[in-house]
Write a protein that binds this ligand. Structure first.
Ligand SMILES: *Cc1c(COP(=O)(O)O)cnc(C)c1O
Length: 231
């Protein structure tokens, strides 16, 4: 296939996703401007990221530290999110570079991120990854642990908890994700009024290629989309 055709196909897919986001936002009484389309670029190279940027995508996400570090270097004009499991000894490659770290799933990681933030004298915006379904195989805090975690975040000078992220199970039916998304939105509403120190809760990062429209209907304002954009 010609390079020009590939760009045209990418553009088609971006437009398709954007229009579905627009419609889902309308169904939830919002506008698409309230929703961030986060393009998960883990399966594509820098050239494709560049093309997506030229086609208007501004936010990109990576789930591996090495790939994250190399892509932010190649496309520094984009906003880069870290969305994967983060080992404590890799925080220095992410803090100060990520617009948002979506995957804080344990207290020891929060402490390491904060330590690095203090060292660099930057704040570290993060989301807490919540394992709503409670499946042991999945990472993330259990819903019942979130409130005490947020209370403790007041002790960390640089960390800023900006919201929550969840990954719904891969279901045969996207509708099966709806209760998961609804529960995370309810959790956010419940703890929002408590005004914990260093906690803002502006973002709900939920929904992927197969279920992002449902996530938006349930209140998501960041959707993480890989395969629907990049095949
Ligand atoms: C890969 C990935 C996505 C995107 O998944 P698709 O089904 O390809 O849209 C979203 N979130 C996380 C954490 C991922 O690792």
């Amino acid at each position: 296939m010609q390079a020009g055709d590939m760009v045209e196909e990418l553009q088609q897919r971006i437009m398709e996703v954007q229009s579905r986001i627009e419609l889902a936002a309308q169904r939830s009484g919002r506008s698409s401007q309230d929703i961030t389309l986060l393009a998960v670029s883990k399966t594509v190279d820098n050239t494709t990221v560049d093309q997506a940027y030229d086609l208007g995508i501004r936010d990109f996400g990576e789930n591996r530290v090495q790939e994250f570090a190399s892509k932010i270097h190649s496309v520094p004009q984009a906003r880069w999110h870290f969305i994967g499991r983060l080992q404590s000894n890799k925080v220095k490659d992410v803090v100060g570079h990520a617009f948002l770290i979506h995957s804080v799933d344990r207290w020891s990681l929060a402490q390491e991120l904060d330590k690095r933030g203090q060292y660099l004298e930057v704040s570290v915006p993060v989301l807490l990854q919540v394992n709503i379904s409670g499946e042991e195989s999945k990472t993330g805090l259990h819903a019942g642990e979130v409130e005490s975690f947020l209370q403790s975040v007041g002790e960390l000078k640089s960390l800023r908890v900006m919201g929550f992220m969840t990954i719904a199970a891969l279901n045969s039916e996207p509708e099966e994700s709806r209760p998961i998304f609804r529960e995370l939105a309810a959790l956010k509403n419940k703890v929002h009024s408590k005004n914990f120190t260093n906690v803002e809760l502006n973002y709900l990062s939920m929904g992927m290629s197969q279920d992002y429209e449902i996530a938006i209907e349930e209140g998501a304002n960041i959707v993480r989309i890989g395969s629907a954009l990049f095949i």
